[in-house]
Design a protein around this ligand. Structure first.
Ligand code: ASP
Length: 328
């Protein structure tokens, strides 16, 4: 009996010491560089957002935020990778609407976005733009619409794979216009943009964080923005909805996630760094130039992101399922 009591006391002491050790380790977090995993190609819209935020977060965390581009399957390779990473705050994920839409697009997703992650914060909201190669034979949306409807069998639509917002936007466009185009997937819209500039694809729907410079330099044809209202960064550009695609709206939101089980003090520390980054004057300037808006305060808490993600899964699920686009 005595021996048993002694054993229990020793076990309790060991557990307390371990918990104390963990608390100490957490208090010191971060003590080494943090990897922020980006699901799409370097130089593209998600990458630009991640690098801009990562630089500012580095200032506040006192440790470098390293960007790692893990490509494939419309962002789901990166999400699966982070879901299996050590829950210590040194591997984080940034992803956009794909975190929600992939649950409907894939029959077998190797992770559950609602149970396999800790939620840190949202960051910025980014409009999309509808573009075509420079010599595409349509100079405004009405001509675009007529041409696409009569030549759909020959038209290529670039995207960043199933789960990418470019795919979502293209799919919504096809449905709204009643056409079926040939989808050409890339590892991100950075290479898709290169293909558009080179004339290898015809159409691309992509975030302003990559497209504004191309639009302003006249290197692409531009037909409108995907938001409900016109945007400050392109004030003269009409929305697709106002040009006849009734209720058309795709806005890209970004969430930052950690593997399930990452300690709460670590999540809170990263949350503070994200909030600080979103007030950084360099970030504000760059985001405004690229058409991105800082997410409202209600989306900047772990609970705010989790609630939003759930609502987005509920919102997009039926829309995607009705379209019948699936991967295994
Ligand atoms: N814009 C891409 C998408 O369609 C992602 C990227 O390359 O950042 O999701």
């Amino acid at each position: 009996m005595n021996m048993r009591r002694n054993f229990l006391a020793a076990a309790l002491a060991a557990t307390t010491a371990l918990a104390g050790g963990n608390a100490l380790a957490q208090a010191a977090y971060p003590t080494k560089p943090i990897t922020l995993v980006v699901p799409f190609a370097a130089g593209g819209p998600t990458d630009v957002v991640a690098r801009t935020l990562g630089q500012a977060m580095t200032k506040s965390l006192g440790q470098t935020v390293i960007i790692e581009n893990k490509l494939g399957a419309g962002g789901t390779v990166a999400a699966a990778y982070v879901s299996r990473a050590a829950p210590d705050g040194y591997t984080l994920l940034i992803n956009h609407n794909g975190m929600a839409t992939s649950t409907a697009l894939y029959r077998k997703l190797p992770y559950n976005p609602l149970t396999d992650f800790e939620y840190i914060s949202q960051a910025v909201d980014v409009p999309m733009t509808l573009l075509a190669r420079k010599d595409f034979p349509a100079n405004n949306f009405q001509e675009f619409s007529a041409y696409v409807k009569s030549h759909q069998a020959t038209i290529n639509l670039g995207n960043a794979g199933l789960g990418a917002v470019s795919q979502l936007c293209g799919m919504m466009l096809e449905r709204a216009m009643g056409v079926k185009l040939t989808s050409v997937p890339f590892s991100g819209t950075a290479p898709a943009m290169t293909a558009l500039l080179g004339g290898q694809i015809d159409i691309l729907c992509d975030q302003t964080t990559q497209t504004i410079p191309q639009i302003k330099d006249g290197r692409v044809k531009f037909y409108g923005v995907t938001t409900r209202n016109r945007i400050k960064a392109l004030p003269d550009a009409p929305t697709l909805a106002e040009q006849g695609l009734k209720d058309f709206e795709v806005l890209v939101w970004h969430g930052i996630y950690a593997p399930k089980g990452t300690p709460k003090p670590v999540i809170d520390r990263v949350n503070v760094a994200v909030r600080a980054a979103l007030k950084d004057p360099d970030v504000l300037k760059r985001m405004a130039e690229l058409g991105a808006e800082i997410a409202p305060d209600s989306k900047l808490s772990p609970e705010g992101l989790q609630t939003w993600l759930k609502a987005e899964i509920d919102r997009w699920g039926p829309i995607i399922k009705a379209g019948g686009t699936f991967a295994d």
